[in-house]
Design a binder for this molecule. Structure first.
Ligand SMILES: [Cu+2]
Length: 123
């Protein structure tokens, strides 16, 4: 026999966010999960450090040792989260369409990289 505990749970209402947010996790495996996300221009990616390690989200060629660690569409500004401790989050809104490759400064040698593909807004 299965005992049901708690009865009817209260549903937490969905907060109405002004824009959709795409979540990427920073993992103990030195990977961004998912490694590639596809979003619409003008929307935001939120990175969550669910690992015990310090990571960064870095799309700045000046901070990279390897040229292939960063790719920015023409006209897009570079960005860098700085050190993200365990449980910390970082958000970036992507306005310029194109393909962004970013990396993690402490784990650049381990090729900890992610890709954001930003689709143009279609009317
Ligand atoms: Cu890292």
């Amino acid at each position: 026999m299965v005992a049901l505990v708690g009865g009817i749970g209260l549903q937490t209402p969905h907060p109405k966010t002004e824009e959709p947010v795409t979540v990427v996790e920073l993992t103990n495996m030195l990977m961004f999960m998912p490694e590639t996300v596809r979003i619409r221009a003008g929307t935001t990616v939120e990175w969550r450090n669910t690992s015990l390690l310090v990571h960064t989200i870095t799309a700045d060629p000046d901070l990279a040792t390897l040229a292939e660690s960063v790719q920015l569409p023409e006209g897009a500004k570079s960005f860098n989260s700085g050190n993200l401790d365990a449980k910390a989050t970082f958000r970036h809104t992507f306005d310029v369409p194109g393909t962004y490759v970013y990396f993690c400064i402490p784990h650049e040698g381990a090729m900890m990289r992610g890709t954001v593909i930003v689709e143009p807004i279609v009317q």
